[in-house]
Design a protein around this ligand. Sequence first.
Ligand code: DOR
Ligand code: ZN
Length: 444
Amino acid sequence: MPRYPRVVIGRLATPTGLERRAIGIDTTTGRIAAVAARLDGDEVVDHGERVILPGAVDIHVHFRDPGHPAKEDFASGTRAALHGGVTTVMDMPNTDPATTTRARYEEKRALVAPKAHCDFALWGGATAPGADARAVAAVAPGLKLYLGESTGKVTFEEPDQLERLIADLQEVRFPGVLAVHAEQQADLEAARDKHATAPGLRGHGARRPPAAELAALQGLADAIRGVAARPEALSFRVHVAHASTFALLESARALGLSVGVTPHHLFLHDALPLGAYGRVNPPLRDEKEAARLYAALRAGLVPIVESDHAPHTRAEKGRDVLDAPSGMPGVETLLPLLAARAARGELSWHTVAATTATAPARLFALPKGEIAPGRDADLVVVDPADAAPLSEERLLTRCGWTAFAGHPAILPRTVYLRGEPVVEDGMVVARPGTGQEAPPVPRA
Ligand code: DOR
Ligand code: ZN
């Protein structure tokens, strides 16, 4: 029997339940060499009955670097990610300045790479069709499109130019992912006028109604049809970010698009006393809607769970809902919240792995997201007995707060990034620069 430099043992999630397995790691490449009932190793780490998940790939974070490092910089954000079992993050383009030109994209990459504790990739942004979008698409694995206004200067300027953008990307055979913030600006403006002073989180929801999300999806579907008979005929994949309703989730799936749901739309709702800490775009909906999304997750109908980690300061979030910026932190709590639900038996461990790691890694063709030979040895060890109410003091995000305080959560005991421990006994031991930029999406 071959001998591996490092063997890590624990219970792995399979479609039929947890099974104890040994993972053989090639520490030279950082990849998994073998998975079997038993393996010999120079170093053997037996995690006993603890569960080993593939490192989570959070495709949707807003670290504030460059621009607002006091909210979160790339160092604090990637440390928080590892602390919560996220081994790869994809950072959104609405930094300040926004990464909507090739030069800004390259500048951001040079700025953040030395600070990365976990692996990462950077989204570019598209505010219009044309030369800038094409130039960013030539280097970025993903392009983000805001069909409605949110934080930062990234809104796509002319909704009727969407088909032209898709045609541009198709023409340059963009091989990556086009992610869409699906809230239609015209509908947001109409609702804002109608419900200008409606108070609280429900007021925020009324100003950004579910109909605005469905309208944006409709516009997206029409634009895709103008360029290709089916989404699969495009050179790139299309991802609908953070569906806040079951209707949007189902409509996006029916169109053959990738779609993500956030933990806050699953586990929070607009009747909770969160004040502006619960203000996000798209908004939290009512309790029934959250329950429908969670039922869909349990039934295996949610492809991807993404955090939409969007920290703002306590000073900003302490204001009235009407005056506060939108967004809440989440990269550090995404996996812990789901793991606690799995430990209770509400959710299968396999669904947790599929939605947080396997599907997001596949979307970007990353050699990650599965505990299988050839994949990066990104592993997260959780102890089901660690489930405990979440408290802000335990978290590393620089903004210092969470809207999930009191929710059951399991923070990882140990995390391996490409075969090396980066979290030990729950403490992040990685250094800035440990994280690498994810390999580029293969280009023809
Ligand atoms: O709530 C949100 N916050 N939604 C977004 O679209 C942007 C994000 C942010 O960057 O603050
Ligand atoms: Zn976002």
